[in-house]
Design a protein around this ligand. Structure first.
Ligand SMILES: Cc1cc2nc3c(=O)[nH]c(=O)nc-3n(C[C@H](O)[C@H](O)[C@H](O)COP(=O)(O)OP(=O)(O)OC[C@H]3O[C@@H](n4cnc5c(N)ncnc54)[C@H](O)[C@@H]3O)c2cc1C
Length: 511
């Protein structure tokens, strides 16, 4: 087959645009096909330390300095003040009971704050997707990616030596061919539909529903409820999670006056609230959560609510002989823990490394990629499902979070010291000294069968080999700041020399 391109990428969101830029940097003649046009609303906004580390690694390795600036609040403000964004210093959790205001000061497990950065300059961000995705696509086009928006593809044909897609753009036929294709169209996307790919169950998350919107006039919890004693960062400069039995609300403020908020609800709660009634359902929800209602008292929806009648999705396959799907097209569990970007960027990194060696990657390489994506998603799905099941039990929920934060913070540190072999797979799912015991606990959590006796000790033992931040020192601790001494001690565990430590400290601006 004579190919028009070296690579076709379908889906011009942040994942497709970033992969397209990398492909161009590797010298591939690349076409990026988008059904809609930018700027446009997109959900999935809150980044994490792991996501930003991956973004930075990709930007440095593939010489994308403008993208590198987007990996931290400080450089973003310096280099891209025109792009709206939100400041995320950490993860803030409030546990509510129906009909009852949250105590102030909070009792026991009612609040948990986990800092993700030692200062604003290094902080993570909420990506305001209308601006962020638009910028990435424009950058991709500037690097020489052929960008076709408003293109509806309706046919795909796999051949022994390539792949061809066809469709319509502005009423005209489009036909594109290449040796391989990457699907970056999100869940239940292009290839899943065209190739009728089988989907599989997502235990514990099936039937969960979402309702979300952008709002103006959302107030800060600091104003309407109060502050958390000893808070390691301003609690509202974070991904706020309002948790309650059967669901949770996210609140992500941007610096343009807009706040993203939404609910993920289990099937019975979604039905009780009649989520399909959108604004009425949202008001019904707020009427049951007095503290959250105060925060949203004057809020106005910017355009309209968006409904996700089935949030969780998992495709059984992630790659074929001539194609691969980005993790975001393979599956999605729940916004809890904001793992989507890290999974997507991890997938892009794997594909980029494969492309460096050979494009198209061999069938075996694409197969390895697909298996790794499925393993990562299984780990993420299990973690989130166990947490969802524990939403009505803050003490269990907060302890399971310690497993999560211990795993991801270990992975971040190992990556900073260029030791990827120490953090195989998302949540260290390839580590035999951690994952078998962690996943057993999570499965018990998912089945609602966690034995309270000895639970704290068990969590402590499970994370013992990867516990860099003394996560279980006090099982009822509400606030986790970034402890610089502890951080440096943890670097020493990775064999960092005095020079490594001073270099990294200077780079991070923490000493
Ligand atoms: C409710 C919700 C909340 C989330 N919150 C978070 C979060 O806080 N943090 C986080 O890390 N992740 C979150 N995620 C996950 C996050 O949205 C994804 O990881 C992220 O959007 C992946 O980006 P992407 O570019 O790969 O896919 P998408 O953002 O889904 O973009 C896909 C693009 O493909 C285009 N497209 C679709 N079909 C076609 C077609 N047939 N042909 C051509 N183009 C097509 C679309 O128009 C779109 O531009 C959330 C997801 C949901 C559902």
């Amino acid at each position: 087959m004579r190919s028009d391109f070296d690579l076709i990428i379908v889906g011009g969101g942040l994942g497709g645009a970033l992969l397209a830029m990398i492909a161009r940097r590797l010298g591939l003649h690349t076409v990026l096909v988008e059904r809609g046009s930018h700027p446009r609303f997109a959900i999935g906004e809150s980044s994490t330390p792991l996501a930003n580390l991956l973004l930075e690694e990709l930007a440095v390795r593939y010489d994308l300095p403008k993208v590198a600036s987007l990996a931290k609040w400080g450089t973003w403000q310096r280099d891209h003040p025109e792009l709206s964004v939100g400041l995320k210093r950490g993860f803030t959790f409030y546990h509510h009971e129906w009909g009852r205001p949250l105590d102030h000061p909070p009792e026991g497990d009612q609040v948990l704050m986990v800092a993700a950065s030692p200062n604003e300059a290094l902080a993570d961000t909420h990506w305001y997707r209308p601006a962020f995705d638009h910028y990435l696509v424009e950058e991709a086009a500037a690097l020489g990616v052929e960008y076709l928006d408003q293109t509806e593809l309706n046919e795909v044909e796999e051949m022994t030596d390539g792949i061809r897609v066809q469709g319509l753009r502005n009423g005209k036929n489009v036909s594109l061919s290449a040796p391989w294709l990457v699907d970056a169209t999100g869940p239940r996307g292009f290839l899943a539909r065209q190739l009728r790919l089988e989907s599989v169950r997502v235990p514990g998350l099936e039937g969960n529903q979402g309702l979300f919107a952008h709002f103006t006039g959302v107030r800060q919890m600091a104003e309407t409820w109060g502050t958390v004693p000893d808070a390691p960062y301003p609690a509202d400069a974070a991904a706020t999670h309002h948790c309650f039995p059967g669901g949770w609300i996210w609140v992500l403020p941007f610096n343009n006056g807009i706040t993203s908020a939404g609910i993920s609800a289990c099937p019975s709660l979604a039905q009780e609230l009649h989520l399909s009634e959108r604004a009425d359902a949202w008001n019904r929800l707020l009427s049951r959560l007095p503290t959250v209602r105060n925060q949203f008292g004057d809020a106005q929806v910017v355009h309209a609510f968006h409904e996700a009648p089935a949030l969780a999705y998992q495709c059984a396959t992630a790659s074929g002989n001539r194609w691969a799907m980005l993790p975001s097209a393979v599956g999605f569990a729940d916004p809890l823990l904001s793992s989507g970007f890290a999974l997507t960027l991890g997938g892009i990194q794997r594909l980029a490394l494969a492309m460096e060696k050979r494009s198209p990657p061999s069938v075996a390489k694409l197969g390895e990629y697909g298996q790794a994506v499925l393993r990562d998603q299984e780990a993420a799905n299990l973690m989130v499902a166990a947490l969802h099941r524990s939403l009505a039990q803050p003490s269990v929920f907060n302890k399971l979070l310690m497993v999560y934060f211990a795993g991801v913070s270990y992975a971040e540190t190992a990556r900073r010291f260029h030791r990827p072999e120490l953090c195989p797979g998302f949540l260290l799912n390839g580590r035999s000294d951690f994952w078998p015991r962690a996943s057993k606990l999570l499965r018990e959590g998912l089945d609602g069968k966690i034995e309270p006796a000895g639970f704290d000790l068990r969590v402590r033992e499970i994370i013992a080999d990867i516990n860099l931040c003394d996560w279980m020192r006090d099982p009822h601790r509400q606030c986790f700041g970034v402890d610089l001494d502890g951080m440096i001690q943890s670097w020493k565990r990775f064999g960092a020399s005095a020079t490594d430590i001073s270099e990294l400290s200077a780079r991070l601006g923490v000493l």
